[in-house]
Design a protein around this ligand. Structure first.
Ligand code: BES
Ligand code: MN
Ligand code: ZN
Length: 488
């Protein structure tokens, strides 16, 4: 997708589709009026027939026979200035209505939005268009991707051009990073293995001079003492991989942010086998990893002046004669011993060693992203990512980044009182708490390995993919994390 911004006169704009808004009373904006005048009042006349829905975000395509644009997409806005959520809703409805055309030019920056500047509006529009134009076609014979190849934003005045272009670039990168995360997430487990993810990281590094990749194999992990990580992989024929991607956009004295992604490329539960119903969705258990790939993709496109390390803890969780058994005790890289009471609580096992390893980067901040617990889905559903942090400022910043992008998180507690649920009679800790507060006790487990630095944990079990008819990866929380990194 090519995104661009310019000051343009709608009556002279050549495009498969021009996009204009009409308010709740049927009043067109400045460009809408100009287009209507240029085509002899057709638009107004058709709108008066009342076919366009009154709800915000309703859309209607009007074919044009006069002038250089082939059609007008009219989208219903509100009675006055829109809230951020309303503008986002309008942007996404517009994007869905326009994705079937070859190119489009939007006149929606003329809309007024409360507490948001024009760069934010441009960012939302680009992100919405980029996200709507994604389709998983890799294994579908004859399926075409959406045709939309070019999206232009009309800028009301030339003095706004620079800031609109900046917002546009961020929104485009946000979408391209999210779409990479969706593609990796949607890939089946027999394609997307730990080795596949490692190859993906190597390929990205080859393309971008500021990016380097190293991959630790099982042998190297063994020598580092990663007994928890390896206990997950040992039931599978697929070798594990700890992938490190390093983006250097600032001086080496600038401490990096480290993102850690859970990359269980398929989670059967292991010997604590999951029930069969919907088990296919456990191919999405690497969506944390996919999201850190997505963030890295967006960062190499934007090349901001920061240092970022992305670590991916990749393994497959299978039952076999070589698999870990309930009651097994393993020693983590930190030296702490763990009694594996349930082999299905494998995410925390690969993450704890990766979080210990992450300290070697002397990071400013570490954030892990994981489809960690079914309990998080019960607690928050799919609207919010579960957020845990050992520092208030970090929690606030992530929540704010989520609000600005609509990719929201909700903070959950990490109180000491929950820690006792992890006490074991046989080791330093066990890998599961009780039935209660399952997302919290999983986070508390990780907290035992992150005491030496500022850390947040994002449980994306609910937000990373949709089930049902629209089954597929969402690309969350790429938008939130990218926004967080750029605002720092
Ligand atoms: N990957 C799952 C979590 C999950 C389950 C995410 C369903 C989304 C939907 C994780 O590895 C897991 O199996 N967690 C267990 C933990 C339990 C054994 C303490 C769970 O949530 O049931
Ligand atoms: Mn599991
Ligand atoms: Zn899992």
């Amino acid at each position: 997708m090519r995104f661009s911004a310019k000051v343009s006169d709608i009556s002279k704009q050549r495009a498969a589709c021009v996009i204009i808004a009409v308010d709740s009373k049927g009043k067109l904006g400045a460009s809408g009026k100009a287009l209507d005048a240029a085509c002899g009042g057709t638009i107004d006349e058709i709108l008066k027939r009342g076919d366009l829905g009154l709800k915000l975000g309703s859309t209607m395509v009007i074919p044009l026979t006069e002038g250089p644009a082939q059609r007008a997409l009219v989208v219903r806005s509100g009675p006055g200035a829109l809230s951020q959520a309303e503008f986002r809703k309008l942007a996404s409805a517009t994007a869905n209505a326009v994705k079937g055309f070859k190119d489009a030019c939007s006149y929606l920056l003329e809309l007024e939005v409360d507490d948001a500047d024009i760069a934010w509006q441009a960012q939302q529009l680009a992100a919405a268009v980029g996200l709507a134009s994604y389709k998983f076609t890799r294994y579908q014979t004859g399926a075409d991707p959406y045709p939309l190849a070019k999206f232009t934003l009309h800028v009301p005045a030339s003095k706004m051009l620079k800031t609109v272009k900046a917002g546009l670039a961020v929104g485009a990168a946000q979408a391209s990073g999210s779409n990479l995360a969706r593609e990796l997430g949607n890939l089946p487990g027999n394609t997307c293995t730990p080795s596949y993810l490692a190859a993906q990281a190597r390929a990205m590094a080859k393309k971008h001079p500021k990016l380097t990749t190293t991959v630790l194999d099982g042998k190297k992990m063994q020598s580092l003492g990663m007994g928890a990580f390896l206990s997950v992989a040992k039931g599978s024929d697929e070798p594990p991989a700890l992938i490190a991607m390093h983006y250097k956009g600032a001086s080496s004295s600038t401490k990096p942010v480290v993102l850690v992604g859970k990359g269980i490329t398929f989670d059967t539960g292991g010997i604590s086998l999951k029930p069969g119903l919907a088990m296919d969705e456990m191919k999405f258990d690497m969506c944390g990893a996919a999201s850190v790939f997505g963030v890295m993709q967006a960062i190499v496109e934007l090349e901001p002046a920061l240092n970022l390390v992305c670590l991916v803890a990749a393994a497959e969780n299978m039952p076999s004669g070589g698999a870990s058994k309930p009651g097994d005790i393993v020693t983590s890289m930190s030296g702490k011993t763990i009694e594996i009471l349930n082999t299905d609580a494998e995410g925390r096992l690969v993450l704890c060693d990766t979080l210990t390893y992450a300290a070697k980067y002397k990071p400013e901040i570490i954030i892990d992203v994981a489809t960690l617990t079914g309990a998080c889905v019960i607690a928050l559903g799919n609207h919010a990512t579960g957020l845990y942090a050992n520092q208030d400022q970090l929690a606030q910043d992530l929540i704010a980044a989520g609000e600005r992008t609509g990719d929201r998180a909700w903070r959950m507690p990490l109180w000491d009182e929950y820690q006792t649920a992890l006490d074991s009679n046989f080791a330093d800790m066990q890998n599961i708490g009780g039935r209660e507060a399952g997302s919290v006790t999983a986070a508390c487990f990780l907290a035992r390995f992150t005491e030496s630095y500022t850390w947040a944990h994002l449980d994306i079990a609910g937000s990373a993919w949709n089930s049902g008819a629209a089954k597929g990866a969402t690309g969350r929380p790429v938008s939130m994390l990218l926004e967080y990194l750029l605002q720092r």
